[in-house]
Design a binder for this molecule. Structure first.
Ligand code: AMP
Ligand code: ZN
Ligand code: FE
Ligand code: FE
Length: 285
């Protein structure tokens, strides 16, 4: 591991991770990280606790978020860094409402498919925080319908599967604007999930998003091969975008991804964070 490793993509119990913000910060410190960003889906509600814990453990903390944007055929997520978590909450109300609309429909689909997955039980499992599809997957495992989170997605919950229900998402432009309004730096998460047919297509999209104000690309991602990390970094440089990196640690919800180390070969250097902070302070002026 590099002497100054960091992790800029993690989830807590405030979305679909299994560690509380405090537990997560403690684990990051023990794993030797010098800085950590929490990037829960569509919420900044775990950031205050994370920041307090980071002060206690003596590591640097970055206020982050991960927002889903409308995109096809794959998935587009935008990460926001150095956000003002108080300023962003009012903008997130609509996204939370969209989830509240969608989630009971997923439960109804699963019920129609013969599974006893009452929405109240999924909510209880999520501990009263934001409910995501991995929580449905967890209850499906507990009740013996599937063997793993991945089986639940492949068979039922993934885009195109029988219990998949669309939810209202922001356009990429609106997601970038929302992050900027909160004083943050907007980064295209895990580009492989876009499912674009070629690197040229990713390059074209990067150009388009850069035109909308995108600040960076998460090239150094746990599930990217070394070749993909290099290729996406090259695309970022070509469009004068920052390069960022992280594990996407979710605890037991993504058991193959370790904090800081990803699948074992992740090393996100501290200097990437310095560039993010420099961009954020330019934006604040
Ligand atoms: P939601 O925000 O409720 O739509 O759920 C998003 C969460 O589900 C994220 O943590 C994703 O990583 C996870 N997810 C989405 N698609 C898949 C998939 N095909 N396989 C495994 N996990 C997935
Ligand atoms: Zn997640
Ligand atoms: Fe994501
Ligand atoms: Fe994530």
């Amino acid at each position: 591991m590099l002497p100054r490793s960091i992790d800029l993509h993690t989830h807590t119990t405030h979305s679909d991770g299994s560690d509380t913000p405090e537990e997560l910060v403690g684990k990051a410190a023990r794993a030797g990280a010098v800085a950590l960003a929490i990037t829960d889906h569509d919420t900044g509600s775990g950031l205050a606790e994370g920041k307090r814990a980071a002060r206690q453990f003596g590591i640097e903390f970055i206020d982050g978020i991960e927002i889903s944007a409308e995109y096809s055929p794959g998935t587009m997520h935008l990460l926001g860094y150095c956000i003002d978590s108080a300023a962003i909450e009012s903008d997130l109300v609509e996204l939370k409402h969209a989830r509240d609309q969608r989630n009971p429909q997923i439960a109804a689909r699963l019920q129609e498919l013969g599974m006893d997955i009452p929405y109240e039980e999924v909510q209880a499992l999520a501990g009263g925080e934001m409910v995501g599809r991995p929580h449905f997957a967890r209850l499906m495992i507990q009740k013996g319908y599937v063997g793993s989170i991945q089986d639940a997605f492949n068979g039922f919950l993934a885009k195109g599967a029988p219990a998949y229900v669309e939810k209202l998402r922001l356009s990429p432009e609106n997601a970038i604007d929302l992050i900027h309004r909160a004083g943050g730096v907007a980064v295209l998460a895990h580009p492989y999930q876009l499912k674009l047919p070629s690197l040229d297509a990713v390059d074209d999209l990067a150009a388009e998003l850069a035109g909308l104000g995108l600040d960076g690309i998460e090239a150094v991602y746990s599930r990217h091969s070394q070749e993909e990390r290099s290729a996406y970094s090259e695309i970022a440089r070509r469009h004068e975008l920052l390069i960022t990196g992280g594990s996407d640690y979710h605890g037991t919800y993504k058991p193959d991804l370790s904090l800081v180390a990803g699948k074992g070969d992740l090393d996100v250097p501290y200097h990437l964070l310095e560039e993010i902070k420099a961009r954020a302070s330019l934006r604040a002026r």
